[in-house]
Design a protein around this ligand. Sequence first.
Ligand code: NAD
Length: 288
Amino acid sequence: MSMFTTESVIGVIGAGTMGAGIAQVAAKAGHPVLLFDVAEGAAERGREGLAKGLQKLVSRGRMSAEEVDTLIGRIQVIRSLDEMAPAALVIEAIVERLEVKQSVFGQLEDICSEQTVLATNTSSISVTAIGSTLKRPQNLIGMHFFNPAPIMKLVEVISGLDTQPEIASAIYDLSTRWGKQPVHAKSTPGFIVNRVARPFYAEGLRVYQEGGADTATIDAIIREAGGFRMGPFELTDLIGHDVNYAVTCSVYAAYYNDQRFLPSLIQQELVSAGHFGRKSGKGFYDYS
Ligand code: NAD
């Protein structure tokens, strides 16, 4: 029998760019979803943002208003981590910092049952390292969605050294049932996609820094000549520079400061200024 059914309660922690989208994916698949964010009102805003986004599908005739109400109705905002107790699977999508993730999972181990599967949506932090401070590291797995989570098919299912293989299989199956295309990966820095994508961002930033071309020109060339959906600047604006810069720093440190992964000072400046991209209204481009 499968580890998860549609009755299984799915917890999502962090209701930002990724968490809200992941909540939508789980609710669309029929699960009751518990959504928690530490920032006052953020989970409510995340849920409202989803409802707004889904209204657009209603106006295009791709979903009925009833379907949207049912889906949104499955997402319950909770105001304390203690309310995560009934979750069979908790997916964490919070800030990309090892010690914060370790602390949240440590609390969840005391709140949830011993069978609850704990999943991290980390883009780059070692699943093994996150699990190293847990009582049950065998229950921890990486479940790495891509942005925007409701649209992008790929999910990297990342096993740390102690992850139980049955859990990796169950998360792989669940992702498939959620309409995703999962892939098994090991807990190497950046996993597969964020490792391979590092030069995409880094070289774009270097060309720009050297004055080779402006951001709009580089983005247009990558899109139109390269056939990519987005260029490096519009994509990092979508991802969020705080997140993308943290990922670069994490991969750089994990490979013992290998210069290939050197973080960009331009991106560091954007982060310092709070110009995180679309989510803050400004990054390489202006969204206000
Ligand atoms: P975000 O900044 O948009 O949202 C993070 C949310 O987590 C915020 O609402 C914040 O208030 C909340 N939060 C922070 N600390 C918390 C805590 N201790 N408890 C509860 N909530 C907390 O970030 P994001 O882009 O959604 O990224 C979240 C995670 O997903 C990161 O690990 C990131 O690396 C990963 N990720 C991001 C992308 C992307 O394109 N942005 C893609 C895949 C994976």
